[in-house]
Design a protein around this ligand. Structure first.
Ligand code: ADP
Length: 215
């Protein structure tokens, strides 16, 4: 299966992607995680991406599309993948279509996680992520770890992402509305869009997503 996950920052894309990828036995490809890995390894790509990410802006397409394409061409992705955070604008969506078409492949579904803006801001402000694995996500109020600052799952250190500050979150939401939301209509027109409410328990949202994908 080839699936794209869309939704505003804080919709729970990363959390859901980890569960869905496991259930479907396909790799979870997150462009945000790829950028953060490049930044922590101080690669040239990471150095180029950092300022855009810290401001909550999109990293330019000429950096992003090549990186995403390289990852999708890895052997573990030949039979499918779950894209999280890519595409994030219409020109990336067109580049993805072109790439898949050339390879004789197509997308099976685009899953849109729907959440209200107020909820998103609350979620992001309290979000804490494990340094070992970005799928280990906590929230200081809604999903507090047993010991402050320590991952329940693996004991790793929890941290707040640089771009999770309130000012940056507002810009990320603005960028989402202006640049990313248009891909929802783009995929609706292709008959690929599946919208599910992303409120409630994590496991319930995963179940809703799995049910929607089976159809
Ligand atoms: P979230 O969905 O919570 O905003 P991500 O980890 O997906 O978090 O993305 C973090 C940042 O990485 C984005 O704000 C952006 O700067 C950059 N980024 C990730 N994916 C893309 C993309 N497809 N195109 C451009 N920039 C991207």
């Amino acid at each position: 299966m080839r699936i794209v996950l869309v939704g505003p920052p804080g919709a729970g894309k990363g959390t859901q992607a980890a569960f869905l990828a496991k259930n479907l036995s396909i790799p979870h490809i997150s462009t945000g995680d790829l950028f953060r890995a490049n930044i922590s390894q101080n690669t040239e790509l990471g150095q180029r991406a950092k300022a855009f990410m810290d401001a909550g802006d999109l990293v330019p397409d000429e950096i992003t599309i090549g990186m995403a394409k390289d990852r999708m061409e890895q052997p573990d992705a030949v039979n499918g993948f779950l894209l999280d955070g890519f595409p994030r604008n219409v020109s990336q969506a067109e580049a993805l279509d072109e790439m898949l078409q050339t390879a004789g492949m197509k997308l099976d579904a685009v899953l849109d996680l729907e959440v209200e803006e107020d909820e998103v801001v609350k979620r992001i402000a309290g979000r804490r992520i494990c340094r070992n694995d970005s799928a280990h996500v906590f929230h200081v109020v809604y999903a507090a770890p047993k010991a402050a600052g320590v991952c329940d799952t693996c004991g790793g250190e929890l941290y707040q992402r640089d771009d999770d500050s309130e000012a940056t979150v507002r810009n990320r939401l603005e960028v989402y509305h202006t640049q990313t939301e248009p891909i929802i209509d783009y995929y609706k027109a292709q008959g690929l869009l599946v919208t599910i409410p992303a409120l409630g328990e994590v496991a319930d949202v995963t179940q809703r997503a799995m049910d929607a994908l089976k159809k």
